[in-house]
Design a binder for this molecule. Structure first.
Ligand code: ZN
Length: 259
């Protein structure tokens, strides 16, 4: 967390008397944030939210409310894990290896697919709203999930799922497996590392090939699906990546579908 501490120190956000930041940062900038405020820059250059979230979480609520140019500026740091700023005096590099979490409504009124409320949006309106998030940005987001509204009785009867402490143990064990296998998290594998360390069953690769063709996915999305599938298998302590893992990972790309 040393780099995280240094970024917070440069931004003047380190509390007095604080040594090393021990908790992973959680940053949730408002959609009024500027481009330099989100990714860094300005004069003198300062780290942006994506760097303040280094080794932590950057949460963007109501994603389509952010100006498109501001969102597009996230592409380079999300891809590279750092932000490069070129100035007359040389090149500056701020770390930006964060977990991006973003939320959006299914439509402008928010009720599309709701079990009891009626959506009042026209199809053009829904299309325009979703088009605010560009394909290349979506490409860089590994998991797109729909979270449908729950009926109150389902909320009350629900068993709550796997408790957080148990889940935490599984996540830690999965990360240890990744370190032992390849010395880094699955998300950080480059294309060569992916070929070397992620071996999926032939039928799983066939399914992935079909999905890429039918959904018109990019090479980047193809690799990201494989990494998510590898992670699903790691969470269950399995060495092999099977058909079910790849099928589940493809199911997490709902926004890629023509809609
Ligand atoms: Zn609506």
């Amino acid at each position: 967390m040393e780099l995280t501490t240094r970024v917070h120190s440069i931004a003047g956000l380190l509390p007095a008397g604080c040594g090393l930041i021990a908790r992973r940062p959680f940053r949730s900038p408002h959609h009024g944030v500027s481009g330099p405020g989100l990714v860094g820059g300005g004069s003198p250059p300062r780290p942006g939210e994506v760097s303040l979230a280094h080794h932590g979480v950057l949460f963007l609520d109501e994603l389509p409310e952010y100006p498109r140019t501001v969102l597009e500026s996230l592409r380079q740091p999300l891809e590279d894990g750092h932000l490069s700023i070129v100035r007359a005096g040389g090149r500056l590099r701020f770390p930006a290896r964060c977990c991006l979490v973003a939320a959006m409504n299914p439509c402008p009124c928010g009720f599309l697919g709701h079990p009891t409320r009626r959506c009042t949006c026209g199809s053009d309106e829904i299309h325009r709203y979703r088009a605010k998030i560009s394909g290349p940005l979506l490409d860089r987001i590994d998991i797109h999930l729909e979270v449908p509204a729950q009926r109150p009785d389902a909320l009350q009867d629900g068993d709550g799922g796997e408790p957080s402490p148990v889940l935490r143990q599984r996540v830690c064990a999965a990360r240890e497996r990744m370190q032992a296998r390849q010395g880094r998290a699955n998300a950080l594998l480059d294309p060569r590392g992916l070929r070397q360390h992620v071996h999926a069953a032939p039928e799983a690769l066939r399914l992935l090939g079909q999905a890429v063709d039918e959904l018109g996915l990019s090479a980047r999305a193809h690799d990201r699906i494989l990494k998510v599938a590898r992670t699903i298998a790691d969470l269950e302590a399995r060495d092999a990546v099977g058909l079910d893992d790849v099928s589940e990972a493809i199911g997490y790309r709902v926004l890629d579908r023509p809609g």
